[in-house]
Design a protein around this ligand. Sequence first.
Ligand SMILES: NC(=O)c1ccc[n+]([C@@H]2O[C@H](COP(=O)([O-])OP(=O)(O)OC[C@H]3O[C@@H](n4cnc5c(N)ncnc54)[C@H](O)[C@@H]3O)[C@@H](O)[C@H]2O)c1
Length: 271
Amino acid sequence: MIEVAVTGASGRMGSEIIKTLLKQNDMKVVAAIEAPNTPLEGKDIGEVIGAGSINVPVNGAEMLAEVLAKKNPHVLVDFTIANAAVNTVKTAAKYGVNVVVGTTGFSDDQLNEMGESIKENQIKAVIAPNMAVGVNVFFKVLKELSKILNDYDIEIIEAHHKHKADAPSGTAVKAFEIIADELGRNKTCVYGRQGIVGARTEEEIGMHAVRGGDIVGDHTVLFAGDGERIEIVHRAHSRQAFVNGVIKAIRYVMEAPEGEISDMADVLGLK
Ligand SMILES: NC(=O)c1ccc[n+]([C@@H]2O[C@H](COP(=O)([O-])OP(=O)(O)OC[C@H]3O[C@@H](n4cnc5c(N)ncnc54)[C@H](O)[C@@H]3O)[C@@H](O)[C@H]2O)c1
């Protein structure tokens, strides 16, 4: 039985993850952590998310170390916000708890900080800005297209719900990195365009963030040449697409290499 702690337990992703964890025969929710001094302190997380009583109380993040020491979970799943997640990963690493992190919006320094802690404490980790299986196939196709259409103009367009905190999305940033790596030239990301911007350069990759309503997550990469264009599009219909990937990541992380950060391409065998 894989024992799992969830941070951001009552959030949009955390609550869906817990509902799906409850349906797995080989997994058990043992701890539910929310923001520090949460008003949900002590309430049963099952009841909070409308799944019925599961006898797991919500604890505020100020109790994280204590809860991890007491419950000793195999895996901690984090879908919160970047600043919080860095501390959560460092605490989990200190207590020898493996991590699956879906939180987005990390700076390079924050990613390095987590990476050092994971290495130092030799825990196993999956960190991925998009856990949907389809998106990770989209990344693979994107790499191939970038190789073939290397002289086309490339633009990235993402759309998300009105509550999303960070922009552009972690998935769009990863798409940019894949293209820039593949093309092996100095690509610059140009965010939106406004005013008299003049002709686009060959080096730039445009990045556009749309926000509105309840859009779960759309990503388009456009390759425009003279007289034609190709667009590859991924649309998430519901958060279940991400949650299914999280479940795969939890099973994978138990067998992942120690002290390293694995990604969804590792989880899905796409490398
Ligand atoms: N990797 C993926 O596949 C994927 C998919 C969807 C969303 N995300 C990312 O997951 C994150 C969460 O998204 P969401 O829509 O669920 O957000 P949300 O705001 O609904 O949920 C975040 C939860 O984290 C809680 N929280 C804040 N600080 C905390 C702390 N220190 N400890 C514990 N909990 C804390 C909040 O109270 C909230 O309940 C975002 O960064 C989002 O971009 C990733």
